[in-house]
Design a protein around this ligand. Structure first.
Ligand code: FES
Ligand code: FES
Length: 153
């Protein structure tokens, strides 16, 4: 089984096909940006992008992403390249507190802004409502997303 992971072709060994995409990414590939939070698809800490769509990797079987393009937060900037505009906006707005939820938040924001470069506040709310933050960084997250949209305007 093959996937395109952060723009590199990868082969998934048979035993890893049986578990979740989250554990494949974290424990086999060592990509630990996506986090295990609820493990039930409701907190968004494990969010990655599969074929352009932000998904919850904790409830996605590794097997189901065969042949897909999988993107994690580690792949956004590229090797030694500049930060992705969303990552830069997160820095500029000092978004993270403990940081646990932030890779998932960033991946949801990236997926949103690719689909809709200038989302309204309601559209941002809709896209981000499934990403919870126990530290309450919501205002800074929204400000960072709108700042990226502003630059594209
Ligand atoms: S850990 Fe996947 S949605 Fe919470
Ligand atoms: S920054 Fe701590 S959970 Fe979001």
């Amino acid at each position: 089984m093959k996937i395109l992971l952060n723009n590199e072709n990868q082969v998934i060994p048979e035993p890893w096909r049986q578990g979740s995409l989250l554990f494949l990414l974290r424990d086999y590939f060592g990509l630990v940006g996506a986090k295990l939070g609820c493990g039930e698809g409701v907190c968004g800490a494990c969010t990655v992008i599969v074929d352009g769509v932000a998904i919850r990797s904790c409830i996605t079987s590794a097997d189901s992403v065969q042949g897909a393009r999988v993107e994690t937060v580690e792949g956004l900037a590229g090797d030694g390249g500049p930060l992705h505009p969303v990552q830069q906006a997160w820095l500029d707005h000092a978004v993270p507190q403990c940081g646990y939820c932030q890779a998932g938040q960033i991946m949801s924001a990236v997926a949103l802004l690719r689909e809709n470069a200038q989302p309204t506040s309601d559209e941002v709310e809709d896209a981000m409502e499934g990403n919870l933050c126990r530290c309450g960084t919501y205002q800074r997250i929204r400000a960072a997303i709108h700042s990226v949209a502003e630059v594209k305007r």
